[in-house]
Design a protein around this ligand. Structure first.
Ligand SMILES: C[S@@+](CC[C@H](N)C(=O)[O-])C[C@H]1O[C@@H](n2cnc3c(N)ncnc32)[C@H](O)[C@@H]1O
Length: 338
């Protein structure tokens, strides 16, 4: 890390307080980027962490076969410093990115950062408003609790005019459930299929379960976060748990896809004790809270959950009521290390 050190600490604290104040209820937030230094400090710390969530969400979508094509025209809505567009452009063939933010300063910053990183991509900065062309891919990142109702409606209309939508939000209960509401709306009314994270195309199971459930996952930060003295100090001084990167995500496409037969999706991460392990698994039949017991015939499942931590995504499970008899990770990268 080369930016966001000591001199920027006050700036980072102010931005952190602004984001932590968020209740999750939709509300219009006035433009808060006061200078390019605000944006640079955010980009070095908060956006870096959001970038790791994007890495996880995009890898997840790719593992599910997400292939939006070549020469893509992309809109990054509520772009901030444009981390979503940069992470997306690192993996897909992007020809143009429109960085949209109600802060003209942020949109210009995002476009400039993207140009530095990918000079071959045509970039532009824009305020929200009617767009001249419908995007191939609409990127949305960490904006949901800042939009007033009219902007949220306009964003959903833009999503409905896009070929693909990739949406990543913080993994809080309120925001995740709101994203799930939009998921159901866009699938029912705008002709989208879900690429990830859901293994089924039906209404969101977490939303249909009681209000205490929400679909979220944990991305892994890179090792440097634990070894680089600047990160360690920043985590301590900002009061951020550097290990925790909870996020909610949604990837939508026009290509029709059905339910993934006998695939379950692990939500959040297993809760493991010395005797049992509990895990939420979502599949076409609903949301299941399953338990594996070390000494009651499901020791292998208990061991898999214990070793996997937050690294489990798509799985095949054998269950008997609420008892988890067996669980098999479907992606090689999710296989627990022994
Ligand atoms: C928490 S930041 C997230 C920035 C970036 N997407 C990211 O993930 O790092 C929210 C961004 O949404 C922008 N924003 C808030 N309300 C907006 C609105 N009504 N229209 C467009 N952008 C908005 C803010 O200016 C800010 O840049």
């Amino acid at each position: 890390m080369t930016e966001g050190r000591g001199p920027d600490l006050e700036r980072l604290r102010r931005l952190r307080d602004l984001f932590l104040d968020a209740t999750g209820a939709p509300r219009a937030v006035a433009a808060y980027w006061q200078s390019d230094e605000d944006l640079a400090a955010y980009d070095a710390v908060f956006a870096a962490r959001i970038g790791w969530k994007w890495d996880a969400a995009l890898e997840d979508a790719i593992a599910r076969g997400f292939a939006p094509g070549n020469g893509l025209h992309v809109v990054d809505f509520g772009c901030g410093t444009g981390i979503a567009a940069r992470r997306f452009a690192a993996r897909f063939d992007v020809s143009e990115v429109r960085c949209v933010d109600h802060s003209a300063r942020a949109a210009a910053f995002a476009a400039a950062r993207l140009r530095d990183e990918r000079p071959q991509v045509a970039t532009s900065a824009a305020m929200p408003g009617p767009h001249d062309a419908d995007p191939d891919v609409l990127l949305i990142s960490h904006v949901l609790d800042e939009l007033g109702p009219s902007t949220e409606d306009a964003l959903l209309e833009l999503a409905a005019r896009s070929k693909h939508v990739v949406w990543v939000e913080p993994g809080s209960r309120v925001v995740s459930r709101r994203l799930a509401t939009h998921r159901d709306h866009l699938v029912a009314n705008a002709g989208f299929s879900i690429v990830a994270p859901c293994p089924h195309q039906g209404p969101c199971s977490a939303l249909r379960a009681d209000g205490s459930h929400w679909c979220h996952f944990f991305a892994s930060p890179p090792a440097e976060v634990f070894t680089d003295g600047d990160w360690v100090r920043l985590g301590r001084e900002l009061g951020i748990d550097l290990r925790a990167l909870p996020y909610a995500s949604l990837v939508l496409s026009r290509a029709p896809s059905g339910d993934l037969a006998s695939v379950g999706r692990v939500l959040a991460r297993p809760e493991v004790s010395g005797k049992e392990a509990r895990v939420f698994v979502c599949d076409a039949e609903g949301l299941h809270h399953l338990a594996a017991f070390k000494s009651r015939g499901s020791a292998d499942a208990w061991r898999t959950l214990k070793k996997a931590g937050s690294g489990l995504r798509d799985v095949r499970v054998e269950r008997d009521g609420a008892k988890l008899r067996a669980i098999e990770p479907l992606h090689a990268s999710d296989q627990p290390q022994s």
